[in-house]
Write a protein that binds this ligand. Structure first.
Ligand SMILES: CC(C)(COP(=O)(O)OP(=O)(O)OC[C@H]1O[C@@H](n2cnc3c(N)ncnc32)[C@H](O)[C@@H]1OP(=O)(O)O)[C@@H](O)C(=O)NCCC(=O)NCCS
Length: 174
């Protein structure tokens, strides 16, 4: 991977610079959702204020791949409960793909989750990414047709350590 990329966790102060990249990516890279649904994502469910509040409250974590001060890749994860953490979004801008950026973002998420006591990573994706997640060591569960926002979702998980009550009965945040 080229050395110029910087990988780090986003702080609330990063959000105003990150949000336009995030919105652009959502609108252009997720063909499983209609334009109207994607408008809803960026104006409501994942609008700047929502991301800021969730980051401030430590409900989500955002890992960034940065080149020349621009976020060219990101992974947003949310701790659910019971030791399970969900990846809500992962994307790398065209022109920066195939260089290991998504792999590095997944690795950061996995390493931090493990340290926090999380035992399982969980995500769903579009059909086009089945081989990618299998390659990254995730186990494919199956297709959930007409799922969130009407899209067909393909469910994956990865067990990263043994589940232990001493971990999942405490408050976990990333
Ligand atoms: C899927 C995505 C995140 C991969 O990002 P990336 O930075 O190019 O991935 P990496 O470079 O880390 O790829 C790791 C390996 O997976 C392979 N790979 C990447 N995308 C793949 C895909 N869609 N299908 C199969 N293999 C894929 C790479 O060739 C590489 O293989 P190698 O280890 O043998 O060299 C990127 O294509 C993307 O942003 N897509 C659009 C948004 C999206 O679909 N996000 C996922 C939704 S949950």
């Amino acid at each position: 991977m080229p050395k110029d990329y910087i990988f780090r966790k986003a702080s609330p102060r990063d959000l105003s610079a990150f949000f336009p990249e995030f919105a652009k990516s959502l609108k252009s890279q997720f063909p499983e959702y209609s334009s109207k649904t994607k408008e809803f994502f960026v104006k409501r469910e994942y609008c700047l204020e929502a991301l800021k509040s969730q980051l401030d409250n430590k409900e989500i974590v955002i890992y960034l791949a940065i080149l020349a001060s621009q976020a060219v890749g990101f992974l947003i994860a949310r701790y659910i409960c019971g030791g399970v953490c969900l990846c809500s979004w992962l994307a790398v801008a065209e022109g920066h793909r195939g260089k290991g950026l998504a792999s590095q973002l997944l690795k950061m998420w996995q390493n931090e989750a493990k340290k926090a006591g999380i035992h399982k990573l969980h995500l769903w994706t579009g059909k086009r990414n089945l081989d990618f997640y299998k390659k990254k060591g995730f186990t494919y569960v199956g297709k959930i047709p007409k799922n969130y926002y009407g899209a067909d979702d393909y469910l994956f998980y990865k067990v990263i350590q043994k589940p232990q009550e001493k971990n999942f009965l405490k408050n976990i945040s990333l």
